[in-house]
Design a protein around this ligand. Structure first.
Ligand SMILES: *[C@@H]1O[C@H](CO)[C@@H](O)[C@H](O)[C@H]1NC(C)=O
Ligand SMILES: *[C@@H]1O[C@H](CO)[C@@H](O)[C@H](O)[C@H]1NC(C)=O
Ligand SMILES: *[C@@H]1O[C@H](CO)[C@@H](O)[C@H](O)[C@H]1NC(C)=O
Length: 248
């Protein structure tokens, strides 16, 4: 597929943040409480004083991974959350430093990954655990994937979902996605606004991707949801975490 054709397909890029319209989760269901102990609710303090939300996931006791387009002035993360209105045993930790990918492209959303270093270590428990990252893969698409998140469950809703939801997705073989290092799924069901930055969880419960953005195909048809590929970012992730610890 030529570059020209690729750009035609990417006629609309909709970010899955909570202020841009996008698809909605249809066919999603409430997650079993605390069955996704790596899930992070990311509160973004914007420079205009507003608060917006993204998802994220815990890599170890010092670092959370999310999407680069979830950048904000500063952040508070919550761990051990199922219902955002519940308060029992939720850990709230602020962020010491954010590391958006140096080559994040805000137009194409290539390299839409960011690491957040916490000001104090996360305390692991039954409800708070890290997720392993997918290693290098042989090119075959991972099977049985799902996306958890507190994103909106309804296009008309103004609010994020109070309870953690999740939706199964099937990855598609799409050349435009492949060329930009995304995994993609397509259909009426998928992540929605507020789900950005959350994990694409596949085989063996490992994180294979980061929820990034949706594109509306030029040719019509349902939206294509894009997830930044973790196997392609692995070296950057490990390098960034190591450097951040050394320079402390
Ligand atoms: C974010 O920055 C603002 C302004 O500097 C400050 O008032 C606020 O306390 C900070 N929030 C967090 C969670 O650090
Ligand atoms: C970012 O992506 C756009 C659209 O694909 C492209 O035109 C532009 O050159 C890219 N910018 C950089 C700095 O790579
Ligand atoms: C989602 O996927 C899981 C694991 O592959 C499966 O057990 C479950 O039945 C699926 N749920 C739905 C609603 O399709």
């Amino acid at each position: 597929m030529s570059i020209h054709c690729k750009l035609a397909i990417l006629i609309t890029v909709l970010t899955l943040e909570n202020h841009v319209h996008s698809g909605k989760i249809v066919g999603g269901h409430e997650a079993v409480p605390h069955s996704r102990p790596y899930m992070v609710l990311l509160e973004r303090h914007m420079s205009n004083g507003q608060i917006k939300y993204c998802g994220g996931f815990l890599l170890n006791e010092d670092f959370v991974m999310t999407a680069a387009h979830c950048q904000a002035k500063n952040y508070t993360i919550s761990l051990g959350v199922h219902n955002i209105h519940g308060s029992n045993e939720i850990q709230r930790i602020s962020v010491e430093q954010a590391f958006p990918h140096q080559h994040f492209n805000g137009t194409s959303f290539v390299n839409d990954v960011m690491l957040l270093k916490l000001t104090s270590k996360a305390k692991f428990s039954g409800n708070v655990k890290a997720i392993p990252l997918a290693g290098r893969i042989d090119g075959a698409l991972p099977k049985s994937c799902l996306v958890p998140g507190w994103g909106r469950t309804d296009r008309n809703s103004k609010y994020i979902s109070p309870k953690l939801m999740e939706v199964n997705v099937t990855l598609i073989d799409n050349e435009a996605c492949f060329l930009e290092n995304f995994y993609c799924s397509q259909g009426e069901t998928g992540p929605a606004e507020g789900d950005s930055g959350g994990p694409l969880v596949c085989e063996d419960g490992k994180a294979f991707g980061v929820v990034s953005s949706a594109v509306t195909p030029h040719s019509g048809g349902p939206d294509i949801y894009r997830y930044s590929k973790i196997p392609d970012s692995r070296d950057w992730i490990l390098w960034t975490m190591r450097n951040a610890m050394i320079t402390m």
